[in-house]
Design a protein around this ligand. Structure first.
Ligand code: IPM
Ligand code: MG
Length: 355
């Protein structure tokens, strides 16, 4: 099989972790007789520097003509500390999501046995936990109009907008995931306050009869934030809007022990994008210390979801688990015996060669 992959390494640690993911894709493709073909595009602060645009047209074309996109990270502190910056690197990510129509972001909470002691939660609470958050990604307060400032500059506003068809499109996906898992869906909203949340709730209620096997819970987001740390095992599939999903998925990620471990998939109308959920970690850029596992596990998700290569995806997952089991890990997971980013990538690639 030929795999046309767009590579968008982006900022900070993006390039070095993406390089490890490529190593791993190459290893598994080599083993199974597939041919990956990569084309690289600029995104984020590096794209602003080189082209003035955080998501240049050329990059968009590369994405549109690829089967799938592997994305690194975005963000640069030089822009963060400048509230007046006209162009923000993050805009590149938001533009990409919107232009590629990536309406659903799938973020798993994963727990790994060898890492249970790294979780900020007690072992007995976190052991066996594992759920998926399906986050709406192209609507809500991230994109709603009007947004901006009043003329005198003293008032700022953002608008949250959702349409029923937009809600139902992603809800179908969430129900489908639930039927493949434990038939349990939790709709997280703020229906006691927000009109958009009430439309979400109403729309999901209408859909319940189409999925009689799935039991649906409705939970306010403040309560959900609490229940996720109190009892993460109670969740199977969480469905939520853009901003709540942004917040809850960082909370969920840290339960696994390190933000450096969690991959994600964004699916859309035109293509799909796979990316670590962590940011660009600028302090570590170029130092060969960042954890490449989220990028490598994103590659595994890509093999499975974008190309249907389930076996190949499983090999990559097993290889990543082997690195954890054998302690070939970066310093976020083991400050004393830490290995470099590329060392972990090499270990995983050669584990696959031997498998
Ligand atoms: C994420 C990030 C982005 C978001 C930022 C970088 C715009 O936090 O992917 O979760 O808020 O969606
Ligand atoms: Mg986020």
């Amino acid at each position: 099989m030929i795999l046309n992959i767009a590579l968008l390494p982006g900022d900070g640690i993006g390039p070095e972790i993406t390089r490890q993911a490529v190593k791993v894709i190459d290893a598994v493709c080599n083993k199974k007789g597939h041919e990956p073909r990569y084309r690289e595009g600029l995104i984020g602060a590096v794209a602003v520097e080189k082209t003035g645009d955080p998501y240049p047209d050329k990059t968009h074309k590369i994405c549109m003509s690829s089967d799938s996109v592997l994305f690194g990270a975005i963000g640069d502190p030089r822009f963060d500390n400048d509230p007046a910056a006209k162009i923000r690197p993050e805009k590149g990510l938001l533009d990409m999501r919107q232009k590629l129509g990536l309406f659903a972001n799938i973020r798993p909470l994963l727990t790994f046995r060898p890492l249970l002691h790294m979780s900020p939660l007690k072992r007995e609470i976190v052991e066996g936990a594992g759920f998926l958050t399906i986050r709406e990604l192209t609507g809500g307060i991230y994109f709603g109009e009007p947004r901006g400032r009043s003329e005198d500059g003293n008032t700022a506003f953002d608008t949250s907008v959702y349409r029923r068809d937009e809600i139902k499109r992603i809800a179908h996906l969430a129900f489908d995931f639930a039927t493949k898992r434990d038939n349990k869906l939790t709709m997280v909203d703020k229906a006691n306050v927000l009109a958009t949340s009430r439309l979400w709730r109403e729309s999901i209620k209408e859909m319940e009869k189409e999925y009689p096997r799935v039991s649906v819970d409705y939970m306010y987001v403040d309560n959900a934030a609490m229940q996720i740390i109190r009892s993460p095992r109670d969740f199977d599939v969480i469905l939520t809007e853009n901003m709540f999903g942004d917040i809850l998925t960082d909370e969920a990620a840290v339960i696994s022990g390190s933000l450096g471990l969690i991959p994600s998939a964004s699916v859309g109308d035109n293509t799909s994008v796979f990316e670590p959920i962590h940011g660009s970690y600028p302090e570590a850029a170029g130092k060969n210390v960042a954890n490449p596992l989220a990028a490598i596990l994103s590659a595994s998700m890509m093999l499975e979801y974008a190309f249907g290569l389930k076996q190949e995806a499983t090999i990559v997952k097993k290889a990543a688990e082997a690195s954890l089991k054998e302690g070939v890990v970066t310093k976020d997971l083991d400050p004393d015996m830490a290995k470099g980013t590329s060392h972990v990538g090499d270990f995983i690639a050669s584990w696959i060669n031997r498998a």
